[in-house]
Design a protein around this ligand. Structure first.
Ligand SMILES: NC(=O)c1ccc[n+]([C@@H]2O[C@H](COP(=O)([O-])OP(=O)(O)OC[C@H]3O[C@@H](n4cnc5c(N)ncnc54)[C@H](OP(=O)(O)O)[C@@H]3O)[C@@H](O)[C@H]2O)c1
Length: 290
């Protein structure tokens, strides 16, 4: 598989990486299947594994941890905190390390920074960013990261406030049409040497009728790597096959794909870009900018 540099870290990762949210009962994935899927991903060359404290009340981290325990040196582990305060985030980090059965994570992310208010809470006095810096000083965390689905300008502001090592951003073909991280943010990140990880590749389900084109589109973007949430061995095999023989969409293929998926560019089909995650009836840019 093609590999790419991961920001300024000196690491190179294969273009396809593993989204670890769905290897849980909630997504009809048993523990045995989860362990087999993750082991197969490593055997086939995947190195980057994303998870979070918040996923399925800890089950996602705990399942990944069963493989981490055996194969830590082969895996890059990124996990996240949803808690915006220093003390709350620290408690979550300690729980994450226990569940993941490791003494450090390679990346720790401020999770889902969907608004300027949430960015203020994370980065302000007594915020989770202070816990991240302290944990890095203590060797519990190697790199500090931030994730956002909603508005690329929030991440541009975040980079003005702190030299994050990496960013996890929504980059599906649907995201091309509204508040595009690829257009607005990736050039800024690349200029700063900040690694970029693409997510929402399958449009959180909206593009799963076209998994091959959805993945080829995302792999063709100027990103460091791309995570796809995979909950079955068949999905892993299919996505590996696309990534291992990756060729970017031609201009004609890309434009044809855009034309077909344009009717899906609606708040209910891409709720992460909607103003209200719980009740996605409007687009985000109500209070854009400050
Ligand atoms: N804010 C954040 O930081 C944040 C938020 C959410 C997720 N994440 C991370 O991002 C990862 C990816 O999640 P996402 O939200 O970006 O979703 P996504 O990758 O766009 O969609 C994942 C879903 O696509 C389907 N899929 C994957 N490969 C497929 C294939 N080859 N054929 C058909 N369907 C396929 C599966 O769904 P079905 O089998 O159910 O159809 C899978 O659960 C997560 O695992 C997590 O690690 C981060």
């Amino acid at each position: 598989m093609e590999t790419r540099p991961f920001g300024k870290t000196g690491e190179f990762f294969p273009i396809l990486s593993f989204g670890g949210q769905r290897i849980v009962d909630e997504h009809h994935c048993t523990e045995e299947e989860a362990i087999e899927i993750v082991n197969t991903a490593i055997d086939r060359g995947i190195r980057y594994f994303d998870t979070a404290w918040a996923y399925s009340k800890g089950q996602a981290e705990a399942r990944l941890g069963k493989v981490v325990k055996e194969r830590r040196s082969e895996m890059w582990i990124a996990t996240k905190t949803v808690h915006t305060t220093r003390d709350g985030a620290r408690r979550q980090l300690e729980e994450s390390l226990t569940r993941l059965q490791t003494d450090h994570v390679d990346e720790w992310r401020l999770h889902n920074v969907y608004s300027y208010g949430r960015l203020d809470a994370f980065t302000g006095r007594g915020g989770a960013l202070e816990a991240a810096v302290q944990a890095r000083d203590e060797g519990l965390v190697r790199h500090i990261s931030i994730s956002c689905h909603t508005d690329p300008q929030i991440l541009i502001e975040a980079l003005d406030r702190f030299p994050f090592d990496s960013t996890l951003i929504a980059t599906s073909a649907l995201d091309h049409f509204i508040l595009s991280f690829v257009e607005e943010f990736v050039p800024v990140a690349n200029a700063h040497g900040v690694a970029t990880i693409g997510m929402k590749v399958m449009g959180l389900g909206s593009l799963t009728h076209e998994p091959e084109r959805a993945l080829r589109y995302a792999l063709g973007l100027p990103l460091s790597t791309v995570i796809v949430g995979m909950e079955t061995m068949a999905q892993l095999e299919q996505n590996l096959a696309v990534a291992e023989s990756f060729t970017p969409l031609s201009d004609e293929e890309r434009l044809g794909f855009f034309r077909e998926i344009m009717p899906l560019v609606r708040p209910d089909k891409m709720p992460w870009k909607a103003a209200d995650w719980e009740n996605p009836t409007e687009w985000v840019p109500r209070n854009r900018g400050r």
